[in-house]
Design a protein around this ligand. Sequence first.
Ligand code: FMN
Length: 178
Amino acid sequence: MSKILLISGSPTSPSRSALLLDYAASYLKKHGLEVTSISVRDFPAEDLIQAKYDSPAFTGFKEKLTEVSGLVVATPIYKASYTGSLKALLDILPQTALRGKAILPLATGGSPAHLLAIDYAIKPLLAVLGASDIQQGVYVVDSQFEYTETGFTLDPELQKRFDESLERLAITVKALDR
Ligand SMILES: Cc1cc2nc3c(=O)[nH]c(=O)nc-3n(C[C@H](O)[C@H](O)[C@H](O)COP(=O)(O)O)c2cc1C
């Protein structure tokens, strides 16, 4: 079974971007992928801030990365870019850690003003780690989230685009494993 890793870059909880990942996890599982999820919150802050590359706290993460063919990377927009904690986590990886992997970036922001952060900030960050198959990302503005008792809803057009992105990723990851 093809494997995929979901990375949450939000340092806070609850988190809208993490909710998008929860949705992605159930969608991708339903479409036959084995999903593992991690968050920047799972790692000791000191190890992240001090870039302790050899910390045992990162061993499982690095191993998991070698096993998957695809990732979904979600981040809130902080100061027009990805969060510092996501950057700190990716900084501990070797230069080619994302080579050969298909990646879907997701971002949530307080305003549409930083919609292009996926293209000018997040994609270059993933590319420098060797990723070449970076899919068109999905950007959700806070006002587009409608909280419900069981989670959230998005407006139908946005939900459709999100589902299509996940479907494309699932197809790509399976093709990479063939
Ligand atoms: C420190 C900080 C900086 C932020 N900077 C921006 C920003 O530059 N542009 C923007 O659109 N939203 C900005 N926001 C709003 C968040 O991106 C937005 O609320 C997001 O959905 C939060 O995601 P989360 O719930 O997953 O943490 C900022 C929020 C915080 C806490």
